[in-house]
Design a protein around this ligand. Sequence first.
Ligand code: COA
Length: 260
Amino acid sequence: MAFRNVTTSDRGAVRTLTVNRPDKLNALNRETIGELTLAFRQAAQDDAVRVVVLAGAGDKAFVAGADISEMTAWSPTRAQAASRAGQELMLTIERLGKPVLAKIQGYALGGGMELAMACHLRVASDRAKFGQPEIGLGLIPGFGGTQRLTRLAGRGAALELCLLGHQIDAARAERLGVVTRVVPADELDATVDGMADQLAAAAPLALKGILDAVIEGAECAIDQGLAFETQGFAIAFSTDDMREGTGAFLERRKPSFKGS
Ligand code: COA
């Protein structure tokens, strides 16, 4: 299905979704949020897709936030629906069951930072800028930023960024644990491609087990989280890929995982 604001391309088992509104710094309007949600659901259902890369078009912004021009006429009820729709997109990404990698070349502000934080890995150019500037608009983050930033970087950093609303550079974002890796701008594409290829070659059911245990398990008490982990560990023993991985190690060859 063709979208107006999101482009889709496949390279082997790696699907790249690109938010494509560069003249508006890829701001997330209602239509774009709907298209992204659908595009991620399609990627989840397609067995040929093992990894998703999420990017922003142009060289200036990953995503510069929710679309402010749409907000001015919102009633509280409409704002509630918009917040829920944004949060639903972020949950769809976080619970996709396949690794999602954000490629961040420029601004990741407001909803853009929230979108990046819903992804499982974040690779940023050294020119990228992060922030939750909603306070400057008399607002608070509405797409999960208060929750995911607290979980990723701790309460101190979440309060600093949300209360003061200032931008931070990629190096600080990496120190805070918000970014997985920072690379020079001209190495961003190759670094993301390399990481995506590595994930595409890994055992998909084991990747899913890790995602479930870390993401769902972290929201539970430790006993429940450990039960999640044990369940995923045991399920791995029902897969051909586990036999392939352990067998290949013992035979000193490279494994070839099939997703079964
Ligand atoms: N919503 C709607 N439009 C946005 C936008 C947003 N979040 N961010 C940028 N744009 C639009 C601008 O209105 C402008 O459109 P125009 O050319 O039709 O006037 C275009 O994108 C380019 O942005 P501009 O502000 O001219 O670029 P800049 O280089 O001067 O500044 C930013 C870049 C990111 C610092 C600035 O655009 C900004 O502060 N954006 C809003 C960030 C924000 O508050 N996000 C949270 C929203 S809840």
